[in-house]
Design a protein around this ligand. Sequence first.
Ligand SMILES: [Zn+2]
Length: 340
Amino acid sequence: MGLLEKLCKAPGISGFEDEIQKIMKEEFEVSCDKVEIDNFGNVIGEKGKGKKKIMLAAHMDEIGLMIKYINKNGFLYFIKIGGIDDRVLLQQRVIIKSKKGDVLGIIGAKPPHLQKKEEKKKVIKHSKLFIDIGARNAKEAKSMVEVGDPVILEPNFGKLNRDRYFGKAIDDRLGCYALIEIMKQIDIKDATVYAVATAQEEVGLKGAGVSAFKLNPDYAIAIDVNIAGDTPQIKEKESSLKLGKGPAITITEASGRGVVTHPKIREILINTAKEKKIPYQIDVIEGGMTDGAIIYRTREGVPTGVVSIPTRYIHGSTGVFSMDDLNNAIKLVVNALPNL
Ligand SMILES: [Zn+2]
């Protein structure tokens, strides 16, 4: 299994990142001078000895579910961790990460034949869905899983065609992969670069907030995924990002509530792309935020930029992306760092 596949398939819903955390630590130990895991669970890899401090961030956590209640017939009810679209949940196969090991489950609902006319028109809310683990009753279910157990969508990863790949949790394991590769490739004399695999991004950018406070960087770049607009029914004016056209350089997220990229960082990223002939796209988004949104307003403010990989079906069970975009995102950051 390649590294990217291993990262995408690893479990790690927000706050339960231990397995992905372990992989990130092992990888940083190869490419960095120093590695630490902070109190919050962020994995911080450090390289270089310069005075200038640069923080790179990508989140390790993924969206998922958590067991909330086990009913008398042994079916499991759940809450959502992070912004999962209710429409993608029905009929998903999930893995419950129980203390005793992995338990496979199927998300079920009342079949269409038994739904009333009104019900058929509506999306079935997650609160009406349940997980079937094949237990005969509550007692058996409780011998397999517990309330509070984290749940991931069934891991998947593979190639579709040419540069197009798919996978679970590509948000933001693509960024994690980029961090590892960037730390391997950089050789900067006048700065210390911190690669932070952040915890709990999907539930409020929390890990990035505490790690930025701790590191107090001079500059930061967040690496995440972004919404591609090149599938049916998305208008170009809603998202003009396309797979294979290069990583996106963000100007503003969430209509200004997210990161507003520092003009200097923006300039450096765009000029680096032009100079090195790296394809890039410019991104202005109405919704959605990245770790950059919290890093840039830490302490007295940190000039921050966001480089993102356009992806399809974001916050679903399987995303689609271009490997070329991922490699170009790595190339862009590696080449931009000495210019900060
Ligand atoms: Zn993300």
